[in-house]
Design a protein around this ligand. Structure first.
Ligand code: ZN
Length: 463
């Protein structure tokens, strides 16, 4: 059935930030979407970085299979091959109007959508503590485009519409404005609490790229002198920039309803990847494959969804969106897609059981290359990095904040063996070239005393 579909994609929203998951932040529009539909408990991004995540989302294929493995610069990507599946094209081909507004950064995977321009509209700051930058300006421009399009729409075809917002990503620029030792601008509001895993006692057990995250990542390096209060202000700023995106969601829904598109429509809400939200004293995202950066919100909402206010427990991936939307629209399945049809949750059913879900890392800009993989099966997560043969194992039921690496715990030897075997199966099944990839890291980025607070000076991309 050709129903209207509206997809919201935010940039850098961790599921764990939201109170509909296990986080602190209540957002009026996002919570309303959850109340009017079903939320998927454990949805992972295939790669916790903008361009690879987005290319994978719109093609429905693992990053290592579509070739978009980085954000560019020292590690340029090859644009997506036109023979690969593309969500926009699949829907345009069967008579949908396919419209995309906002951030692309897709490696060419948005083929088939008519996209609005990526421009900025400068708007004044609302307060001194949380200045706007190009990210919020881009969202302001996007919202003008979205609202004017919905107001004037004449097309009679069913509509697949994407609203791709950049916030809460403005938080990255906020770090630059607050780098090093500093005193925060006070706002008088109550500061969010630091998470249970803010203190990172287990760093010595972690793989090398995780131990020296501060040396490969500009934003992490900028926080090495922060105190706990500075990190709580980071969370407050993150909450603020998220609320900016939340207001955009509310305005879009209102205009969408006024345009007469709401009846029988399906609304999807998600994000490309998460944010560390101060877990392990870390910020934004890079290298690691922990819950904060890999787990993203996934909500199916609106008239098309049978159950309301329900959490669906189980594993899912952003790769599932493409096959799921084909299924809910009555279109044939595409055997080239790596995800799973989870449309049952929209129709009152449960998530399909699956053997595993994965996420991957290669590099952000190519200055340091740290190939890593995460595989989760049931409640057990296993991570593997090529550098130093680093491994991690967590029992997410008993240790949801990944405080203790169980790789050397004799009580988990059987689980470790099981996950290593499963990982080998995944490598073969998904044609993942992981073991043939090369690590690239200068020894000077593996030198200082352990602990992100002990980082001094520039990071690899700054040299
Ligand atoms: Zn460092």
């Amino acid at each position: 059935m050709k129903r209207n579909i509206l997809i919201f994609v935010l940039d850098q929203l961790s599921a764990r930030a939201l109170d509909i998951y296990d986080g602190q932040f209540h957002m009026d529009a996002i919570n309303a979407l959850a109340d009017d539909g079903v939320t998927v408990s454990d949805c992972y991004t295939p790669y916790p970085l903008c361009q690879p995540a987005r290319a994978a989302l719109w093609t429905g294929r693992y990053p290592h299979r579509n070739g978009v493995w980085s954000n560019g610069r020292q590690c340029p990507i090859t644009p997506i091959d036109s023979s690969f599946p593309a969500l926009g094209e699949a829907f345009a081909d069967v008579g949908y109007e396919t419209r995309h507004f906002g951030k692309k950064h897709d490696g060419g995977a948005l083929r088939g959508f008519i996209s609005s321009e990526e421009k900025e509209k400068k708007i004044p700051d609302e307060c001194e503590a949380y200045p706007f930058n190009m990210d919020t300006y881009a969202d302001a421009y996007t919202m003008d485009e979205v609202l004017s399009y919905l107001k004037d729409r004449q097309d009679e075809r069913p509509l697949l519409m994407v609203v791709d917002l950049i916030n809460p990503h403005n938080i990255c620029g906020w770090i630059g404005k607050n780098k090093g030792a500093h005193k925060d601008v006070e706002t008088g509001e109550e500061l969010p609490e630091l998470p249970p895993n803010f203190h990172f006692d287990d760093i010595a057990s972690r793989p090398l790229p995780v131990q020296y995250l501060c040396c490969s990542h500009v934003r992490q390096g900028q926080t090495s002198e922060w105190n706990e209060d500075n990190f709580r202000h980071y969370l407050a700023a993150y909450r603020y920039y998220l609320s900016c995106a939340d207001r955009c969601v509310a305005k879009t829904i209102e205009a969408y309803k006024e345009a007469g598109l709401w009846d029988d429509s399906l609304i999807v809400f998600t994000s490309d990847h998460g944010d560390n939200i101060t877990a392990r004293r870390s910020v934004t995202k890079q290298v690691t494959l922990y819950e904060e950066v890999t787990k993203v919100p996934l909500i199916f909402s609106g008239p098309a969804v049978k159950e309301k206010g329900v959490m669906k427990n189980g594993l899912s991936s952003l790769l599932d969106l493409f096959p799921t939307l084909l299924s809910v629209s009555g279109l044939p399945a595409d055997s080239r897609l790596d995800g799973c049809d989870i449309s049952a949750v929209i129709n009152g059913g449960d998530l399909p059981q699956r053997r595993y879900i994965t996420s991957e890392w290669y590099t952000e800009w190519g200055y340091t290359i740290s190939p890593g993989r995460m595989i989760r099966s049931g409640n057990i997560k296993y991570m593997k990095y090529l550098e130093g043969n680093g491994e991690e194992l967590y029992d997410t039921a008993k240790d949801p904040y990944e405080m203790r690496n169980l790789v050397h715990d004799p009580g988990y030897k059987d689980e470790l063996d099981r996950m290593r075997t499963l990982f080998s199966e995944y490598i073969e099944e998904s044609e993942d070239p992981f073991y043939s990839l090369q690590v690239k890291v200068d020894p000077r980025w593996r030198e200082h005393k352990l602990g992100y607070e002990n980082h001094t000076g520039p990071t690899a991309p700054e040299v």
